[in-house]
Design a protein around this ligand. Structure first.
Ligand SMILES: Cc1cc2nc3c(=O)[nH]c(=O)nc-3n(C[C@H](O)[C@H](O)[C@H](O)COP(=O)(O)O)c2cc1C
Length: 360
């Protein structure tokens, strides 16, 4: 396929993803796993609610809340406005922002503004560039890597591992051969941290171990329980080819439910981090998080930060735009603060040491 045709395909795909996420039934049937956990009420918290400190650090940067807007979009007409709103809210809150896959910026010069806008609007927060594992496996040149990082003056590079999505995607790239070796090269070649991230199917303890051995400094588990990319791509497949599914009925049912729930990923990573070699890796909890009590549970299960994608996209499309994103984030943080008050945790460090019960 010609480069231009490829670029057009990427532009149309990124736009359709946003439309389907706003309109379609694209959530997992299975849940994120946080519902199986419950905090114990502390009847004597010995705290003033107003003095609870939600600030923390992530990859050596001080941020106001343990919250991040997860990678979503860029690379089509209209993405500039969405990314500007997300960036405005993150800058006001002093929280990190991950931007959507920048593959389109490597394929053509049109729409690069949809990425670079975030740094103009948000000069001080940590911003993470984003590229897919399939592009990494194919080998990124030095110039391509530099472009990804320079476009947003990135504080780090997120590599998204989306094998299930590529598998379902009508035009998906399912060649992941050599991805770990290329990832290792990439981690050595750049001076900012690399974060490995799923897109909703989860990263197990074993997969995390291989990624950390390759040199990544943070893992975003992006587990199952929220946005389901099998569903998004299956919808695109049926509308693109005007054709029924490629799978058997039973196979499709199983595959649409494929993925490790977010809380299970966190349990496995917590176990992995008990060994010295893996202790320093930072962990982001994402995938199906919808409220701040779940964020508290995620932090207690070992995460350093929680990230949400689709709920922030929906907020950005409300009439108040950036302000709706900001207000939603602050409501999440009110949930978190309330939970910390009721368990008696005065800051994020003490929340992380709080006991949590798993319901049988
Ligand atoms: C519209 C949309 C586009 C997305 N595009 C990307 C992307 O380009 N790169 C990426 O790493 N993740 C992408 N994601 C995945 C999210 O970052 C996240 O991992 C996933 O949606 C699960 O989080 P959620 O349940 O909070 O939505 C996208 C999500 C949405 C909703």
């Amino acid at each position: 396929m010609q480069n231009e045709e490829l670029a057009t395909q990427t532009i149309e795909r990124k736009q359709r993803h946003v439309e389907l996420c706003l309109e379609g039934d694209v959530d997992f049937n299975k849940r994120s796993g946080f519902e199986r956990y419950e905090f114990r009420h502390n009847a004597v918290p010995e705290l003033n609610l107003n003095e609870i400190d939600l600030s923390t650090t992530f990859l050596s940067k001080k941020i106001n809340y343990p919250l991040m807007v997860s990678s979503m979009t860029g690379g089509y007409n209209g993405a500039t406005q969405v990314n500007a709103m997300l960036a405005e809210a993150c800058e006001a809150l002093n929280i990190p922002l991950g931007i959507g896959s920048m593959r389109q910026a490597l394929e053509s010069e049109t729409h690069r503004e949809s990425f670079s806008v975030v740094r103009r609007v948000a000069p001080t927060i940590p911003i993470f560039a984003n590229i897919g594992a399939a592009e990494v496996a194919a080998g990124l040149s030095r110039a391509q890597t530099k472009l990804l990082l320079d476009l947003v003056r990135a504080d780090g590079l997120i590599v998204h591992l989306n094998a299930t999505q590529e598998l379902f995607q009508p035009e998906g790239n399912t060649n992941f051969k050599g991805v770990l070796a290329q990832l290792k090269k990439l981690c050595r070649a750049i001076s900012v941290p690399v974060i490995a991230k799923e897109v909703g199917n989860g990263i197990s303890g074993d997969a995390a171990k291989r990624l950390i051995d390759a040199g990544v400094q943070a893992i975003d588990v992006a587990g199952a329980g929220g946005t389901n990319w099998q569903k998004v791509e299956e919808l695109r497949f049926t509308e693109q080819f005007n054709q029924d599914t490629r799978f058997t009925e039973g196979g499709l049912r199983e595959l649409l439910n494929w993925g490790i729930p977010t809380a299970v990923c966190l349990e496995e990573l917590k176990r992995l981090r008990r060994s010295k070699a893996y202790r320093s890796v930072q962990v982001i909890a994402s995938g199906g998080i919808t409220n701040g009590v779940e964020i508290a549970k995620a932090l207690t299960l070992g995460a350093d930060l929680a990230a949400l994608a689709k709920p922030f996209l929906k907020a950005a499309f409300e009439p108040e735009g950036a302000d709706a994103v900001k207000q939603f984030a602050l409501r999440l943080m009110n949930d978190l603060r309330a939970t910390m008050f009721l368990v008696g945790a005065k800051n994020i460090k003490s929340l992380k040491q709080t006991l949590i019960e798993k319901k049988s």
